[in-house]
Write a protein that binds this ligand. Structure first.
Ligand SMILES: Nc1ncnc2c1ncn2[C@@H]1O[C@H](COP(=O)(O)OP(=O)(O)O)[C@@H](O)[C@H]1O
Ligand SMILES: [Mg+2]
Length: 329
């Protein structure tokens, strides 16, 4: 029986420091989420060994005794945090599920990812960066409304109703908030007024694009100026609609862009791509997540059900895709 190690960060492992934003541990897992995934892996005929976070991995790296690691770890600080577990495993020659350190780093940093998308002709909202409050003024070539996000965070961290800004004064205030609170540059994008979608992909040669999921907020698919804030994620004001009630033409455009994004950053085994579509029907890639949530409330679980698969089978499938990639099947 193959032994599968599990790496993850628990919300309770996070030691809040003075000055940390309230959502500092937003991406970390509840123990129950880790248990659900561990049980799902076990149900598919594997033995599970819980390893924990990057520090626990480092301490035990020479005697893990696992055939492969299922990595859920988001890491602690900075744009390389998601790369920490994969790089340790790569150094030790231990196979792992999902994308490698380079892909995780370059996609967590939304600006690097956007530069790659632009170079490859993948449509993404126009943007500029505010590194310090001094370089704000040479950045007035985009049209308001804009959205101000942290450069390398996920899970809607740093996003609130104030993130969509309508004028210079609001832009200045929000950029200052991001730089000071999240200790990183602010990414400012044109705000795409319209609808929102997310697309999950599984597999490698070739990857399979799963049905497009549409985001409904406060009962409405036409989001216009609404968007996915940290507060909304933890409320019931947000629903996933699948299949998305959209034209075949838009569906194809979104799926093609999702697949190109997955391929261009060398995503492996699974990933999820977030989109906004403006009211003229033009899709824009917001970001690609090579380490998307596999929790039972999330998109992957919903899609598994739609395909007539159980949650456990979905986790087993992702694991088997990785085992095949390493020739371990
Ligand atoms: N350019 C944009 N136009 C409109 N809404 C946006 C834009 N960028 C982000 N959003 C909203 O903010 C949410 C989070 O942004 P995203 O770039 O996906 O970061 P993350 O999910 O990593 O926090 C999106 O799901 C969307 O609702
Ligand atoms: Mg997102």
């Amino acid at each position: 029986m193959k032994i599968v190690g599990l790496t993850y960060d628990l919300k309770t492992d996070y030691q809040f420091q003075e000055g940390d934003p309230p959502d500092a541990n937003a991406e970390f897992d509840h123990p129950s989420t880790v248990d659900v995934i561990a049980n799902a892996i076990a149900s598919q005929g594997f033995q599970v060994k819980k390893i924990g976070n990057a520090n626990s991995l480092l301490e035990n790296i020479n005697n893990l005794g696992v055939d492969i690691v299922f990595n859920l770890s988001e890491g602690l600080y900075g744009r390389n945090r998601e790369s920490q577990v994969p790089i340790l495993l790569e150094m030790a020659g231990i196979p792992f599920v999902g994308s490698d350190a380079l892909t995780l780093g370059l996609t967590l940093d939304k600006i690097i990812a956007k530069k790659i998308f632009i170079a490859e002709g993948i449509s993404t909202p126009k943007f500029f960066e505010i590194k310090t409050m001094d370089n704000l003024l040479d950045s007035d070539h985009l049209n308001f409304p804009l959205i101000v996000k942290p450069r390398f965070e996920g899970s809607s961290k740093g996003l609130s109703e104030k993130s969509r800004v309508e004028n210079m004064q609001e832009l200045r205030a929000q950029a200052e908030f991001i730089i000071n609170t999240y200790k990183q540059p602010a990414l400012v994008e044109e705000f795409i007024i319209g609808q929102e979608f997310t697309v999950a992909i599984v597999g490698n040669d070739p990857p399979e694009v799963l049905p497009v999921v549409q985001i409904k907020i406060d009962g409405s698919l036409q989001l216009d100026e609404k968007f996915y804030t940290f507060a909304r994620i933890s409320s019931d004001r947000l629903e996933y609609i699948c299949p998305a009630p959209i034209s075949q033409e838009l569906n194809k455009k979104i799926c093609d862009l999702a697949l190109s994004s997955y391929n261009v950053v060398d995503c492996l085994d699974f990933g999820r791509i977030d989109f906004r579509v403006d009211n003229a029907g033009n899709p824009y890639v917001l970001e690609i997540n090579p380490l998307p949530s596999l929790s039972t409330e999330d998109v992957f679980c919903l899609l598994a059900k739609l395909k007539g698969m159980s949650y456990e089978q979905l986790i087993g499938r992702i694991l088997n895709i990785a085992l095949t990639r390493y020739g371990l099947q």
